[in-house]
Design a protein around this ligand. Structure first.
Ligand SMILES: NC(=O)c1ccc[n+]([C@@H]2O[C@H](COP(=O)([O-])OP(=O)(O)OC[C@H]3O[C@@H](n4cnc5c(N)ncnc54)[C@H](OP(=O)(O)O)[C@@H]3O)[C@@H](O)[C@H]2O)c1
Length: 331
């Protein structure tokens, strides 16, 4: 098809020449806990001292008191319950990877997905916990968000290429959005519907993937189909930041279908990374950052631009706590 830049950077950014992509302007219960699994000191020391003191009435009272205290201590130190996470756009290119990563880490997560069609559901395994629904319809979202702890939003309006483009004749393809599936309906109303539904369901964190470029109203992506996609995405990001729900907004650079985990990730703010040579990122890396954002307090109530150094330069990012700690911006 028409994209001739790289085969892996997809439409959203590949139709913009690289140089023009710049902004201008625990829960153990004590009774069921085998002694061998009690964490070593100070809890095990505490356990021995309370047992030896349990023969007198005073000692028994003290024993019970200590037992309660120890139980609380062990609870806090023990394994936490897996987080139930819904990924929307779970049939999309990044959404699929996030959903798979969550499924693979079943000790930490219970994965749920929301997709638009039966075909998308089958594509990601057709599991019972994959809901089919359209985010433009609030009712379709309500059942999917029920009982979840966190939401990862990976839905987006997707531009279509106008038929008749012949790459052999040169020039650029033209794009359009289908009626009813413009960024205003999907990236604004659809995202807002998800945030509202999550809030009503008592969701504790929302991770939203957006795009770099939103500080520039004249960004070329806004002219695709004359639909202001970055403007509507930004409006949804603002709505999330104002929602009162702990959030992480990830504004990705140009997405590439490349292997993840092998590059140094870069975080930034206010589209500053777009002024540099490092403004792309593998979808697999974006997906990992989404998953890690669910596990680190340092990621909460922050917005970050995300790109990576080219493979072979820098040190592949492994410490996500430190990565999120670098981010100082709330929006
Ligand atoms: N492409 C880039 O270079 C680039 C750069 C920066 C940021 N981004 C952003 O990064 C995010 C992930 O991008 P991606 O390329 O991985 O996404 P993608 O493959 O385009 O996936 C978008 C998903 O949204 C779903 N969707 C669209 N309208 C929907 C609706 N009304 N109801 C329910 N689901 C709906 C689509 O469902 P179907 O599968 O049924 O169509 C699709 O699964 C997007 O927000 C994108 O804008 C992209």
């Amino acid at each position: 098809m028409a994209m001739t830049t790289t085969t892996t950077t997809t439409l959203f950014h590949s139709l913009i020449p690289i140089n023009s992509y710049k902004p201008k302007a625990a829960a153990y219960s004590f009774v069921s806990l085998p002694r061998s699994s009690i964490p070593s000191s100070p809890s095990s020391l505490q356990f021995r001292s309370l047992v030896s003191d349990s023969t007198s009435v005073y000692g028994r009272r003290k024993f019970n008191e200590n037992l309660r205290r120890l139980s609380v201590t062990v609870s806090a130190a023990g394994a936490t319950e897996p987080l139930t996470v819904l990924v929307t756009g779970a049939g999309g290119r990044t959404g699929q990877i996030v959903y798979k990563k969550l499924k693979e880490r079943s000790d930490q997560f219970v994965a749920k997905g929301l997709v638009r069609t039966k075909e998308s559901k089958e594509k990601i395994g057709g599991e019972d916990e994959v809901f089919i629904g359209d985010i433009r319809d609030p009712e379709a979202i309500a059942s999917a968000v029920e009982g979840i702890d966190a939401l990862v939003i990976l839905t987006s309006a997707v531009p279509q290429m106008k038929p008749g483009f012949d790459p052999s004749k040169g020039g650029r393809p033209e794009f359009y959005f289908e009626e009813g599936a413009y960024p205003e309906q999907v990236d604004w109303i659809g995202q807002k519907n998800q945030i509202d539904a999550a809030k009503a369901a008592g969701v504790k964190q929302i991770v939203l993937v957006g795009s770099m470029g939103g500080t520039n109203i004249n960004h070329p992506l806004n002219s695709i189909g004359n639909a202001n996609i970055l403007v509507w995405k930004r409006k949804a990001e603002q709505y999330l930041a104002d929602s009162g729900i702990p959030y992480t907004i990830i504004r990705a650079g140009g997405l590439q279908d490349k292997e993840g985990g092998i590059r140094e990730l870069l975080v930034g703010k206010d589209d500053e990374l777009l002024e540099t040579e490092t403004r792309t990122i593998a979808r697999a890396d974006v997906a990992e950052v989404c998953v890690q954002a669910l596990q680190h307090e340092e990621a909460k109530s922050k917005a970050l631009d995300l790109a990576s150094k080219p493979e072979g330069t820098g040190t592949p990012t492994k410490d996500f706590k430190a990565l999120f700690a670098q981010v100082t911006t709330k929006f």
